[in-house]
Design a protein around this ligand. Structure first.
Ligand code: ADP
Length: 152
């Protein structure tokens, strides 16, 4: 059975930190689905369709990565695409505390799905989409935090 993971997130925008986690995860999984969660309560810099096409460009060289948009619970999306794993990146202990609750709730809801955490590389652990958006809003140059193909 092939090992399929969903990497869920807002990816608003996808940063070099996200890209690194996704590429490293290909050592562990046969297929990685980048799941762009669409939360109607949040306002985004780019529409989900726009994020999807930019992220597809970043991973155009990698056939084992697919990009899909989903609504609702991540575990239901995992079942829909046949994924047994949820992939999340960890930068700090604050990430860990937040992720722990979600991962354990997901486990309680879906016994057959496991969350796998990958530590950020130290050189990327300060990079967060929210800070990138803030710098951009204040006219700062954020290009060094973004993969080629992602523009704001
Ligand atoms: P969300 O809106 O669900 O927090 P994000 O798009 O901000 O989604 O992040 C998606 C995932 O990528 C999360 O697991 C987050 O911890 C991880 N992540 C974000 N930035 C980095 C980074 N610089 N290095 C490693 N993982 C990261």
């Amino acid at each position: 059975m092939s090992r399929i993971a969903v990497f869920p997130g807002s990816f608003d925008p996808l940063t070099i930190g996200h890209e690194d986690i996704a590429r490293r995860a290909l050592e562990l999984f046969d297929e990685l689905i980048i799941g762009i969660g669409s939360n109607s309560d949040k306002s985004y810099l780019h529409a989900a369709e726009e994020r999807k096409s930019m992220i597809e460009n970043v991973f155009a060289d990698e056939k084992r990565i697919r990009v899909l948009i989903y609504n609702g619970l991540t575990i239901n999306f995992c079942k829909h695409v046949g994924a047994q794993y949820i992939l999340r990146g960890l930068r700090t202990s604050a990430d860990f505390e937040f992720e722990r609750g979600i991962a354990q709730m997901n486990k309680a809801l879906a016994e057959d799905i496991d969350t796998i955490f990958m530590m950020s590389r130290p050189m990327y652990s300060h990079i967060a989409s929210s800070i990138v958006r803030d710098i951009h809003k204040n006219k700062g140059d954020v290009s060094k935090f973004l993969p080629k193909g992602i523009t704001l």
